[in-house]
Structures are given as structure tokens and as C-alpha cells.
Design a protein around this ligand. Structure first.
Ligand SMILES: Cc1cc2nc3c(=O)[nH]c(=O)nc-3n(C[C@H](O)[C@H](O)[C@H](O)COP(=O)(O)O)c2cc1C
Length: 324
């Protein structure tokens, strides 16, 4: 096993280098808490739209809530306007996060096509302006999350990472795909290694880490300072304990499920919580092992007791067939 690397984001010492990736719609406060309990080192908020801060979006407070337990904790912002990103960052800095991350990687059409997220990879000068504005005006570290470029014909990760470093950012996380790739194909770990070799600030490797062996493999392949896990953590939150899903017992699954379910209901209220929890079901049961009618039943608004009985039944039967 490769020894855990220690490094700094600004003055913050990072001694656990497994990062929970920012994931819109998933890495809310309850999911971050369970990830942290299982051993995630560094935690990001879901991305926060600068426009939502300016316009005081009604769900903003829920989105930006975090607790001391989540530290080291970063807010992630996306937007296309450097001035609005600065406004958002100054607003969020008042909540005292450990650092602020800027999204230069989101490939969703409604983000990238408006010139935010990965859309900014087409405008390196704007990236330069955003990072320099933030570094000059905030006293906490600024980091960035990038992709490799817009498409294969415009791979500019070395240029972009250089700009981000030179403007004073404290760390870069790299998802080893282009905007055009979306989530298709596989992440290019070699390109992440090139960035790591060329830069002096900490580089975090991201993309396609789905098992405990992948953590080792991406660390060796990229030599990065940390490893960021996204979809692998939704499928298997125990990955932060360096455990594969096959090795998670029924009891462990049941305990985490109850904890997660109750905290979602507490955080959002029972009605909304019951709806929102559905998307986390795949952390606990294999939905593709259920029949269509079983799935429909599970996603149909059931009362809480009935829902819990059903999930427990599927968890138990899936574990026993796995062990048989
Ligand atoms: C549902 C979902 C939501 C995401 N939301 C964000 C986000 O808010 N900010 C961000 O930088 N990346 C976001 N991403 C990208 C992930 O952070 C990560 O870079 C990507 O999933 C690749 O890592 P993985 O292979 O470990 O999943 C999202 C990904 C998914 C699947």
C-alpha cells in the first residue's frame, strides 16, 4: 500500500488525501457527513451557482449549510462572470470554509454552453482573471477543478494548470476527461500525471476510481498528492474505508442506511427527504437486480415504515444471495 501523502492547501495540513468529489444533487450535507464518518479526508459542497447567491435563491441556505465535522471543507462555485464569482466567494467566505474551489470542469450543457464550468477552458484569460481576482481579494486558499480541455483537438491542461498556479491558486483537482467526452470513455490518468510533473502546487487525481485497488492504481499512475472519488462513492460510500462493496456486511449496510435515511429526513423534512433519499438507494441496494415492478413499487410514494421494510428486505436478500 502506498503511504498516505501529507500536503498543504494554503496553510491547511491535509493528512488524509482521499477527497469526496463535488457532485450536484448528491454531496449534500447528509451525504457529506456519512462520507466523512467512513473516512473521507477533504469534502466539497455541491457546486453553487454564483447567480443563486446574487439572487438569494430560496434553497441557498440549505445548500451552503455545513458543520465543523466536515472540515477540511470547501465551497465550490460555478459561473461565467469573474465579478460575480468574486461576489459569491466573498459571501461564502463569511461562513468560514477552509478554502474555495472554482469549477472549470462541468460539462453539463446548461453550464458549459453559457461559458461557465468547462466552458471557461475555452477562455484561459478569463480563468486567469478569476483566479487572480479571488487570490487578491480573499484571505483563504483558492483551488480549481479542471478537465483536460474542451475536446481532443483543444487539450490545454498544461496551459490552464500553469495559469492557475501562476495566479496563486493553492491546489488543482483534475478530472481526466475533456468536456466533449462527458463521462464516456475512460479517464486519462497519463495526462493527470503530466500536470503533476509540471506543477508545484498539490494536484488531486480524479476519474474512474471505483474500488480500493483503483485508489492505489491512480496514485501510482499519476503520482498525485490526493485522490478524488465521485461516482464510486455513490455506488460504494465504504470506498473511503478502502473497502469494496462485496466486502460490506449486511450489518454495516443497514447501520449506514439508517443513519443516512434519518439524517436526510431530519435535514429536509419527511416529505422532501423521502423523495430525495430515493436517489441514494443505489448506495445500499442493487437496483438493477430488482424487477421492473419491484423498482416501481420502491419509487412509488410509500409511507416511511413500508419503505424501510422494503429496503431492508432487498438489502438482506441481496447480501444473502451474494454470500450463497
Ligand atoms: C451526479 C454528478 C454530479 C456532479 N456534480 C459536480 C459538481 O457539482 N461539481 C464538479 O466539479 N463536478 C461535478 N461532477 C463531476 C465529479 O466531481 C467528478 O469529477 C466526475 O464524476 C469524475 O469522477 P468519478 O469517475 O470518480 O465519478 C458531478 C458528477 C456527477 C456524476
Amino acid at each position: 500500500m502506498i503511504p498516505e501523502k501529507q500536503f498543504n492547501i494554503g496553510k491547511i495540513l491535509i493528512s488524509n488525501s482521499l477527497f469526496l468529489a463535488p457532485m450536484d444533487g448528491f454531496t449534500d450535507h447528509p451525504f457529506r457527513i456519512i462520507s466523512k464518518k467512513l473516512g473521507a479526508g477533504v469534502i466539497f459542497s455541491e457546486f453553487i451557482n454564483g447567480l443563486d447567491i446574487v439572487n438569494k435563491h430560496p434553497f441557498l441556505e440549505q445548500k451552503i449549510f455545513f458543520t465543523e465535522f466536515e472540515r477540511p471543507f470547501a465551497y465550490q462555485i460555478f459561473d461565467d462572470s469573474p465579478e460575480r464569482i468574486l461576489f459569491a466567494a466573498q459571501f461564502l467566505a463569511e461562513r468560514n470554509p477552509d478554502f474555495i474551489d472554482i469549477n472549470f470542469g462541468c460539462s453539463a450543457k446548461n453550464v458549459a454552453n453559457r461559458g461557465a464550468g468547462a466552458g471557461l477552458l475555452l477562455q484561459p484569460q478569463k480563468i486567469s482573471r478569476i483566479i487572480s481576482l479571488l487570490v487578491k481579494n480573499l484571505s483563504i486558499p483558492i483551488s480549481a477543478k479542471i478537465r483536460l480541455g474542451w475536446d481532443d483537438a483543444s487539450l490545454n491542461y498544461l496551459e490552464v494548470s500553469k495559469i492557475i498556479e501562476e495566479e496563486g491558486a493553492a491546489m488543482i483537482s483534475v478530472h481526466g476527461r475533456t468536456k466533449k467526452q462527458g463521462y464516456s470513455g475512460s479517464a486519462n490518468w497519463k495526462a493527470i500525471e503530466e500536470i503533476k510533473s509540471a506543477r508545484n502546487i498539490p494536484i488531486i487525481a480524479n476519474g474512474d476510481v471505483n474500488s480500493k485497488d483503483d485508489i492505489q492504481r491512480i496514485s501510482s499512475a499519476t503520482n498525485c498528492d490526493g485522490v478524488m472519488i465521485g461516482r464510486g462513492a455513490i455506488q460504494n460510500p465504504w470506498i473511503f474505508q478502502r473497502k469494496n462493496i462485496e466486502d460490506v456486511t449486511y450489518q454495516e449496510r443497514h447501520t449506514l442506511f439508517s443513519d443516512h435515511f434519518n439524517s436526510i429526513l431530519e435535514f429536509y423534512g419527511q416529505k422532501t427527504g423521502m423523495v430525495l433519499f430515493r436517489k441514494h438507494l443505489k448506495s445500499y441496494i442493487k437496483l438493477d437486480h430488482l424487477s421492473r415492478s419491484e423498482r416501481i413499487q420502491l419509487f412509488h410514494p410509500l409511507d416511511k415504515i413500508h419503505f424501510l421494510d422494503q429496503v431492508e428486505f432487498y438489502m438482506r436478500s441481496q447480501i444473502s444471495s451474494q454470500q450463497a
